[in-house]
Design a protein around this ligand. Structure first.
Ligand code: M6R
Length: 616
């Protein structure tokens, strides 16, 4: 969740580190810090708050040096504060370390160090690492790389770390387990990042560290990589890959915020997620990444979908797609619950993990469980080269392009598109779909980008609805069938970026409790396009109106019934019922966005959140 950047080269490190922190800020933004190797030793600057605060603080200070490490934090252990911000330093100030991940056995390690007289400065788990490494180095009289390896063998949990030490001011040490770390190889320089964002401006040549890897980086020698699990400490040759990321994809491109840019990118994202996967001439849908495991998927007794947050909502949409088209039972699970539930998994189950980042700790743990119990494990993720992409047996990328806004938008619609393609491809091969239905769905899927585009034109109209919703303390979102997950997603979008309390329910369910909340002050946003339960939704709306609730509806163009019952209505183009989520979710994203702006919230970096949740 935290952002890590480090630099070793011929240039001034500070501007590169600072630029990297700005690019990584979406990963966590409650404090930031930088440590620079200077002739006098390590100089460190830390600030609570955003990277801008750190930058202001560093103005007019000495930021010279061509080796440095920097960090933007999402607090796990210890509140956001200067003291808890990274880097953390050894007691004598000779070594500085930044960390992403969680040291699970930090209490035991800390106690051992405290017993030896070490004085801690922060409440973090991270600080244990720097004292432990220093302690090993001093006691065992070994080099720093050796000390890092010995110390990391004692550590339980996850880490991506970068370390500098005054003892060798030309050396940068990095290590990773369970959370990503990349070494960018430039021209006589190295840029390290917790993802490609701080690197791509300088180079596209990267090494993805493997779990347990420890890398020793110097300008005067080739990079040395060894692994903490290798008792002989042998070095392996690094495998250099090309980063699949462009700088323009990381910019706002004229929009005020990343979120709005990403909302508007949805026609392209959905098109890109279909690109090369539908062959009209041959009349086939084919997802190259899963071909090897297709037979397993065709023979699946059951699909188990695991995911978190918005990706879980995409999984709920997939439940409808797969059960309707492929006629195989589907279970959709919160990965965080699934992993601790001792679930029953059969060898002919197919577990599909969905994740934008491919780094969500709970989803990755569910993947491991699926693999251990012999299921076929398929991944759907957006970030190329992510842990999920490497840990699943096969999978499909959603190809939405980088998403920087913390709230997922374009990756959600791209996930649904990939899941629809997957269901269609399997259904055709299994013969569980008629050819006319298959062709209609392909046709409608191909029309989705244009239909999404047309919904984007309603932004001004939605802005007016936002003025109304922004004055309310609560909101309720209702939907049925394949649009129930869209109600959940609409509520999640609103609460996470505008901080208005919102709940999503299946429309018929409210009479079992939530209807007690309805009064004149409760906006009820009903996702009610043309679908087989339309008339039922009409009755549900009547029940709300009878209790003086205010209806805001999302309906299909030309609707006359629900429109008359609503204070506000947004019309979306007609599309096959199973694909309606692709269009009904768009107005809800725009609504949440404008409510958040009216309430003066930071839509790209909502409070307490981070883009990828790589801790459990
Ligand atoms: O990267 P993932 O898709 O695995 O992330 C899962 C959730 O943290 C994520 O979908 C979250 O709910 C959204 N950012 C909310 O908009």
């Amino acid at each position: 969740m935290c952002g890590i950047v480090a630099y070793l080269g011929q240039k001034e490190a500070y501007p590169i580190l600072l630029g990297g922190l700005h690019r990584l800020e979406y990963r966590g933004y409650d404090s930031a810090g930088i440590a620079l190797m200077q002739s006098s030793g390590i100089t460190m600057y830390k600030k609570k708050g955003r990277v801008d605060e750190l930058q202001k603080f560093c103005n007019n200070l000495d930021t010279s040096g061509s080796l440095g490490i920097a960090h933007t934090r999402w607090a796990t252990h210890g509140e956001p504060s200067e003291q808890n911000a990274h880097p953390h330093v050894s007691e004598d100030g000779s070594m500085a370390l930044i960390h992403n991940g969680i040291v699970e056995n930090y209490i035991i390690l800390k106690q051992q160090l405290v017993n030896q007289g070490v004085i801690f400065q922060s409440d973090t788990d991270t600080e244990v690492l720097v004292h432990l490494i220093k302690n090993v180095q001093d006691k065992e009289k070994v080099s720093l790389p050796e000390a890092v390896i010995i110390a990391l063998r004692m550590v339980e949990g996850t880490y991506a770390i970068a370390i500098i030490s005054k003892d060798d001011p030309n050396q940068l040490i990095v290590a990773k387990k369970g959370t990503p770390l990349l070494i960018g190889i430039g021209d006589n320089e190295y840029i390290i990042g917790s993802d490609g964002a701080p690197i791509v401006e300088y180079t596209k040549q990267v090494i993805y560290l493997e779990d347990g890897d420890v890398g020793v980086i110097r300008i005067d020698k080739p990079i040395q990589i060894s692994n903490v699990n290798d008792s002989k400490n042998l070095h392996r040759s690094p495998y250099i890959q090309t980063l699949e990321l462009n700088l323009e994809q990381l910019e706002k491109g004229g929009f005020d915020t990343y979120m709005l840019k990403e909302i508007y990118e949805q026609p392209k994202a959905v098109r890109d997620s279909m690109r090369g996967r539908i062959n009209l001439e041959k009349d086939v849908v084919s997802l190259g990444g899963i071909l090897e495991y297709e037979q397993k998927m065709l023979n699946a007794r059951r699909f188990i979908i695991v995911a978190c947050g918005t990706s879980w909502h995409a999984g709920l949409v997939a439940e409808h797609l797969f059960e309707t088209l492929v006629r195989v039972p589907v279970e959709v699970e919160y990965a965080s619950e699934f992993r601790y539930r001792n679930p029953v998994i059969y060898e002919d189950d197919v577990l599909i993990a969905i994740s934008q980042s491919g780094e969500t700790a709970d989803t990755l743990a569910a993947v491991e469980i699926g693999k251990k119990r012999g299921a076929t494990v398929i991944g759907i993720c957006n970030v190329v080269g992510s842990t999920m992409a490497r840990e699943t047996m096969a999978g499909s990328y959603s190809h939405a392009g980088p998403e920087i806004g913390v709230a997922c938008t374009k990756t959600f619609t791209a996930q649904i598109t990939v899941l629809a393609l997957m269901a269609l491809s399997l259904a055709k091969k299994k013969g569980t779909i008629s050819m006319s239905q298959y062709h209609k769905l392909i046709n409608d899927l191909e029309s989705a980008p244009d239909k999404i585009e047309s919904v984007l034109h309603y932004e001004q109209q939605i802005q007016r609805i936002a003025q109304y919703v922004a004055t309310k303390p609560n909101a309720m979102f209702l939907g049925r069938g394949v649009n129930f997950p869209i109600a959940l997603e609409g509520a999640l979008k609103l609460k996470e970026i505008s901080y208005i309390h919102a709940e999503g329910y299946p429309a018929a369910e409210i009479k079992h409790g939530p209807i007690a909340l309805i009064d004149t002050n409760m906006p009820v946003i009903v996702v009610a396009p043309e679908q087989h339960t339309y008339d039922k939704v009409v009755s549900n709306i009547q029940e709300i109106i009878a209790r003086k609730g205010t209806i805001i509806s999302i309906v299909t163009e030309g609707d006359s019934v629900i429109k008359k019952m609503s204070k506000f209505t947004i019309e979306v183009p007609k599309i096959d019922e199973l694909l309606t989520p692709l269009v009904t979710t768009i107005p809800l994203q725009i609504l949440a966005y404008h409510v958040a702006l009216i309430r003066d919230c930071d839509v790209d970096k909502p409070r307490n959140l981070a883009k990828s949740v790589s801790v459990e």
